[in-house]
Design a protein around this ligand. Sequence first.
Ligand code: SF4
Length: 86
Amino acid sequence: MAYVITSACIGAKHAECVDVCPVDAIHPHPGTPEFEQEEMLYINPDVCIECGACEAVCPVNAIYHEDFVPEEEKEFIERNRAYFAK
Ligand code: SF4
């Protein structure tokens, strides 16, 4: 189980979450070429320790625990995982 970033991040990429994550699970990092290329940020489900810090700071409420991702956003569970499988 992990937290998941959903569609509200697309085009937003505020990235406060990157700074608060204690295990560096959220990528890409601002200032990298990948950050400019990607339309949103992603959480590595194999690294996330489910602390919830990212959910609390997201200004667009894009982050949910996997168990509470809204039905219409469930595709993002796989999209987050897929980013790190590249
Ligand atoms: S829940 Fe905690 S560990 Fe998981 S991505 Fe968010 S800040 Fe990082």
